[in-house]
Design a protein around this ligand. Structure first.
Ligand SMILES: NC(=O)c1ccc[n+]([C@@H]2O[C@H](COP(=O)([O-])OP(=O)(O)OC[C@H]3O[C@@H](n4cnc5c(N)ncnc54)[C@H](OP(=O)(O)O)[C@@H]3O)[C@@H](O)[C@H]2O)c1
Length: 237
């Protein structure tokens, strides 16, 4: 491995936007650690990208499991001794019809949404950002959603909406605490994308959806931190 090759971790990368972001990052010469909670699916995804001659290594990661996060941190430290990019992409949109209204939503559904979409990426960031601090370089991209925008907040999907508003707050808090460093933290909204989560009627391809995520992951030094972007443009919170 070249000493200057950048290392990226992408969570929930066995399919959808995480898989496509891994592909685009690797096509840009970055060594991607593709992670997934299901080992077989993750290994198959990594092998697919390796067959495209891309530099991809697989490692398991369930973002709701602190032991799994700790093992990933140890692997990154031991294997590479550095980390340049973290894409907090893993996410869930869960719940029954009953959960679709805030008036009926089960607190358990909301809690599970928060565990995967907020506490997971927060703990992954707490574990991996210290590795970035060693060489004072890092790009953290939290994959959020317009459904978490307070300015456009509507009804429905309360667990998902609350979790995406909260991950945006995590972006702001991290960016403020890392002010003055070369570790930039931003949120991305991919738009409505044809994935298992977005469904077949979605208007964007995973390639289009991953574009802003990858752009934020590769921002040059001196770029803004603590913003929320779609189509490479700043969005109101
Ligand atoms: N698609 C859209 O229109 C859209 C719009 C706005 C934002 N987003 C956001 O984009 C991100 C990616 O979504 P997607 O559309 O690619 O959805 P997806 O196809 O459903 O993929 C979600 C990924 O997250 C993984 N995941 C779920 N829970 C996990 C956990 N505990 N630990 C590790 N991985 C976990 C899934 O793994 P399994 O395969 O094991 O389930 C899967 O790899 C999400 O954060 C989502 O909220 C999507």
């Amino acid at each position: 491995m070249s000493a200057t090759k950048k290392i990226a971790v992408v969570t929930g990368a066995n399919r959808g936007l995480g898989f496509e972001a891994s592909r685009q990052l690797a096509k840009n010469g970055i060594h991607v650690v593709l992670t997934s909670r299901d080992e077989d699916k993750g290994i198959a995804a990594a092998e697919k990208l390796q067959s495209e001659k891309l530099k991809v290594t697989y490692h398991p990661l369930d973002v709701t499991n602190p032991d799994s996060i700790e093992l990933l941190g140890k692997f990154i430290k031991d294997q590479f001794g550095r980390l340049d990019i973290l894409v907090n992409n893993a996410g869930v949109l869960i719940g029954s019809a009953e959960d679709s209204s805030v008036l009926n939503a089960k607190i358990d559904t909301i809690r599970k949404s928060m565990e995967t979409n907020v506490y997971g990426p927060l703990l992954v960031s707490q574990t991996l950002i210290p590795i970035m601090r060693v060489h004072n370089y890092g790009r953290v991209v939290n994959v959020s959603s317009g459904m978490g925008q307070l300015t456009n907040m509507g009804g429905g999907y309360p667990g998902y909406r609350l979790s995406k508003t909260s991950i945006n707050a995590v972006t702001r808090i991290l960016a403020d605490e890392l002010k003055g460093t070369n570790i930039l933290v931003n949120s991305a909204c991919p738009g409505w994308v044809k994935t298992e989560m977005g469904g077949p009627d979605a208007t964007r391809t995973p390639q289009q959806g991953a574009d802003t995520i990858v752009w934020l992951a590769m921002l040059p030094d001196g770029s803004p931190s603590g913003g929320f972007y779609r189509d490479r443009k700043l969005l109101p919170w």
